[in-house]
Structures are given as structure tokens and as C-alpha cells.
Write a protein that binds this ligand. Structure first.
Ligand SMILES: *Cc1c(COP(=O)(O)O)cnc(C)c1O
Length: 387
């Protein structure tokens, strides 16, 4: 179907942060499959975990239990400080659907009638997740929606305070907005979200599908302000390229789903869970959170030091940065970067996303920084000659 347009490249293989197209051209991958390939491509730990598990048993369904899913749930709860329960799904959208059902059930039991989410926020493309998604262009064509969702500007604690009353069942937001353009909140915002939700008995659902698993230099982005949500959703980087999503609900919220309330045929798949365990183990053993923080800072500082008329600035944290442009030239920058051997993502008309594997080295980051001025020159020329 034409919903993705025509992709510019066919990728056939990868190794570390390098990918090759069908013509044999190599590229430095600074997109990581949209913040997914956390260990890079063909990492030996991921290959061993996946091939080892598929050779044992590839699928059990939830009629039976398998070891990797249990180990993964325990591992996630260990990283999160304990007391909660995990539901495993196959994507970010599915994780958010499960979180939304938890929030609906929570609200119904207490006579709470509406939800709050953020303008420009992104939670997925299914009808439940889309009803929480504030991006007008992808939301409006498929409305109206069945839930009462009220949208507030992201990062504005006063607006959140006004919007959340005792009738609010849950607040859904990203601890850093991803699809909106890698937008970190102002300092103190996440702590204020936590406080406002607690004061009104609203669930705080943190969508960390893009921001977690080391991306920002911490396991979870909420840890930068120590403001833990009641329900947390994960996906993207968790499986290192295998499809997986997870919902973690803390304390009593882990008991919201009773038997029969939710399910998934593939959720808890042992191959995906084994991949996720390999990702978590390798991030820890190879010090990749610190690498994300250091190499990310190197990229942010390096971009900030470039003086170019097309460059407005850089924002983000860790290996998750938006290069912000002075005009709507992100498509031209993406094309010029690809021609120079770098894959980046035109996230917004005026913003280019960098979300590489967390194994990116300082030398690889420098090679991109060295090439960036010429990439911007080419993009600026294309802009000028465009009709
Ligand atoms: C990517 C993303 C989703 C949707 O995840 P899928 O795996 O594409 O279904 C939801 N929320 C956030 C914050 C995302 O970045």
C-alpha cells in the first residue's frame, strides 16, 4: 500500500552501525530503524540469543509459559525497582492499547470520565492509541474517537494542572516527545506531572516506547527526574530489532487486569523475549548507557559548534537528538546525508532526527560531524534550485 511512499533504499545487511544497500553501498546508520536497533546490526549477542531460542522453541502462546518471558519481566522489574507486573505485547501501539485499557478500567471503577494527553504527542496508529495522539495530521482523518481526550501543550505544568481534575482517569505523555521532534520537557515538568496526577488520583501513564532502554543515557527517561509513572510502556529499543512491546504497571495497578481482561497470541514470544534479554544484558555489560550519554553529548556539542545559515540548533539527550533547521529543508538534508554515506531521518520539515545504535563510537560520531557542513551546503543549494 502506498502509505510509506517509495523508500529510497533497499537494505540487505548490517554490521554494528554500518548498513549496506542492494547495490553494495555502505552507510553509517544514524537512524537505527527508528530508535530500535540498540545493539547495532548483527550483534553477536543478539544473533546467539535469537538463533539459540528459535532452535529450542519459537512460540508457546500464553496457554503455556516460557522461560525467556519470565526472565524478561523479572529483569524489567529489577531495573525499575521492584513492585509491579508486566504484560508483554508485540509493538509500541499494542503496549499503549493495553495501558489504555488499564486506565479505562481504573477510571470506570472510580467514576472518572476523561483522559488528558499532549498536543503533538504520539502514541501509535490504532484507534485507541490514535485517540490519545495529538498530531493533528494523522489523527483527524480517522476521527471521531470514542474517548473524551483533552489535549494540552507539552511542557506546560500550569496547563496540565488546569486540565486534570478528580474526574480525570489518566494522563498519557512521553517523558521526551519523540515524533514531535525530540522535545525534552523543561526541568521540573515530569516531577510536576507526577505530583498533579497523585493529587487528583489520575493515573500517570508514561509512554517510553522511544525514550527508554538507554536511549537518553538512563535506562528510562523518567529517571532523569525520578518521577516514576504508574504505568510505563516500552517497545522500540527493547528488542534490538525483534518486535516486542511491554506494559509495566506498578503497585496495585499491576492487578487491574483480571483473568480474561486482555490477551495476545504472540505476546511473550520467547524469541522476542530472548532478544530483549540479550539487549538488556549487553547494554549493561558493555557500558552502553554511559556511551549513549557521552557520544550523544559529543554530537550535540559538535552540531552546536557548527556555524551554518541552515542550522538553527540541536536538542535532545543522549543518542537521541534533533538537528533543528532554519527552514523546511529536512528532506534535502536527509537526501544530501544519504549521498554522503549517512542515514538520518527527516522527522519534521525543519528537524532531522539522529537515533543511532547505542554502540555508536566517538570516531563514527566525529565522521558525521566532519561531513555535516558539506551536507548542509548541498541541502541549501538544492533548496535554492528547487522550483
Ligand atoms: C513508535 C512509538 C509508538 C508506536 O510504536 P509502534 O511499535 O510503531 O506501534 C508509540 N509511542 C511512541 C512514543 C513512539 O515513539
Amino acid at each position: 500500500m502506498p502509505n510509506y511512499g517509495v523508500p529510497p533504499l533497499a537494505l540487505t545487511r548490517g554490521e554494528g552501525c554500518t548498513v549496506w544497500d542492494a547495490d553494495g553501498n555502505a552507510y553509517l546508520d544514524l537512524v537505527g530503524g527508528i530508535a530500535v536497533s540498540s545493539l547495532g546490526h548483527a550483534h553477536p549477542a543478539l544473533v546467539a540469543a535469537v538463533t539459540g531460542q528459535v532452535a529450542k522453541i519459537a512460540h508457546t502462546s500464553n496457554l503455556f509459559v516460557n522461560e525467556p518471558e519470565i526472565l524478561l519481566a523479572e529483569r524489567l522489574l529489577g531495573l525499575l525497582g521492584g513492585d509491579g507486573r508486566v504484560f508483554l505485547a508485540n509493538s509500541g501501539t499494542e503496549a499503549n492499547e493495553a495501558a489504555l485499557k488499564i486506565a479505562i478500567k481504573y477510571g470506570k471503577a472510580r467514576g472518572k470520565t476523561y483522559f488528558v494527553a499532549t498536543e503533538d504527542g504520539f502514541h501509535g496508529r490504532s484507534l485507541g492509541a490514535l485517540s490519545l495522539t495529538g498530531k493533528h495530521a494523522i489523527r483527524e482523518p480517522f476521527g471521531p474517537y470514542a474517548l473524551d481526550v483533552r489535549f494540552i501543550p507539552y511542557g506546560d505544568a500550569a496547563a496540565l494542572k488546569d486540565a486534570v481534575t478528580e474526574d480525570c482517569a489518566a494522563v498519557f505523555l512521553e517523558p521526551t516527545q519523540g515524533e514531535a521532534g525530540v522535545v525534552p520537557p523543561p526541568p521540573g515538568y515530569l516531577a510536576a506531572v507526577r505530583e498533579i496526577c497523585t493529587a487528583n488520583g489520575a493515573l500517570y501513564v508514561g509512554d517510553e516506547i522511544q525514550s527508554a532502554i538507554g536511549r537518553t543515557g538512563a535506562w528510562f527517561a523518567f529517571q532523569h527526574e525520578d518521577a516514576r509513572p504508574d504505568v510505563l510502556t516500552l517497545a522500540k529499543g527493547l528488542g534490538g530489532g525483534l518486535p516486542i512491546g511491554a506494559v509495566v504497571a506498578f503497585g496495585e495497578h499491576g492487578e487491574t487486569f483480571a483473568k480474561g481482561d486482555h490477551g495476545s497470541t504472540f505476546g511473550g514470544n520467547p524469541v522476542a523475549a530472548a532478544a530483549a534479554l540479550a539487549v538488556l544484558d549487553t547494554l549493561e555489560s558493555d557500558g552502553l548507557l554511559a556511551n549513549a550519554a557521552e557520544v550523544g553529548a559529543l554530537i550535540a556539542d559538535g552540531v552546536a559548534a557548527i556555524d551554518h545559515p541552515l542550522l538553527a540548533g540541536v536538542r535532545g539527550r543522549g543518542l537521541w537528538q534533533a538537528i533543528v533547521l532554519t527552514s523546511e529543508a529536512s528532506g534535502a538534508v536527509q537526501d544530501a546525508a544519504r549521498a554522503a554515506g549517512f542515514l538520518v531521518n527527516a522527522l519534521r520539515p525543519d528537524a532531522v532526527r539522529i537515533a543511532p545504535p547505542l554502540v555508536l563510537t566517538a570516531a563514527q560520531a566525529r565522521s558525521f560531524l566532519d561531513a555535516l557542513p558539506a551536507i548542509l551546503d548541498t541541502a541549501a543549494q538544492t533548496q535554492e534550485t528547487a522550483p
